[in-house]
Write a protein that binds this ligand. Structure first.
Ligand code: 2AM
Length: 176
């Protein structure tokens, strides 16, 4: 039996925006807020797949390649704290339809291939801190970064030398 890999579909943040977000985070949150997510790991998950065999991965990759998604822009103008999961996040108050459709089709493919999907509604977000289980003073607003999504990717989540690292396996373009 081949080894399974921990996979998810996501939108990446451009490197420039990753730097802006971590600078803003450092200026707006105390160090004890939680475990900060590394700049290179900032992303918006579209569908979490869990531990996936090579066979399932191939089926999901084929299905992703058939998706005819549209480009979209979203404004990262929302911010919040989920104490249960210990996540401090930024997100959007108005998720574009093209984003919701892309996540929905990826999540259906995942479910059809036996990847358990959360019953919670899709809430697009970028996790900024993990292990944030104590009350957090949330800043009143974000700078409202605009993310122009022109592609989506399949990532492998790796845990090496005590750190989580995401490795991009494949990217698909979004159309006009
Ligand atoms: P999160 O940022 O809200 O924690 C890789 O683990 C990505 O998949 C993370 O961005 C994580 O979202 C998301 N994800 C969704 N469901 C998950 C789960 N059950 N376990 C781990 N990560 C999950």
């Amino acid at each position: 039996m081949s080894a399974e890999r921990r996979l998810f579909f996501a939108l990446s943040l451009p490197a420039k925006m990753q730097k802006q977000v971590i600078k803003w985070r450092a200026d707006n949150f105390p160090a004890e807020t939680g475990r900060p997510v590394a700049a290179a790991n900032l992303h918006i998950t579209l569908a979490f797949l869990g531990e996936v065999s090579a066979l399932k991965e191939a089926a999901l990759t084929r299905a992703a390649g058939r998706i005819q998604g549209q480009k979209f822009s979203l404004i990262l103008d929302d911010i919040g704290h989920w104490p249960g999961s210990g996540v401090v996040w930024i997100g959007t108050r108005r998720a574009p339809n093209a984003l919701l459709q892309l996540a929905s089709v990826l999540r259906s493919h995942a479910a059809r291939n036996g990847c358990h999907q959360s019953t919670l509604p899709f809430h697009p977000h970028v996790s900024l801190y993990r292990n944030a289980t104590r009350p957090v003073n949330i800043p009143p607003a974000t700078p409202g970064w605009q993310l122009d999504a022109t592609e989506f990717s399949l990532y492998e989540s790796l845990f090496e030398r005590g750190r989580t690292r995401y490795h991009c396996l494949q990217t698909w373009p979004l159309g006009d």
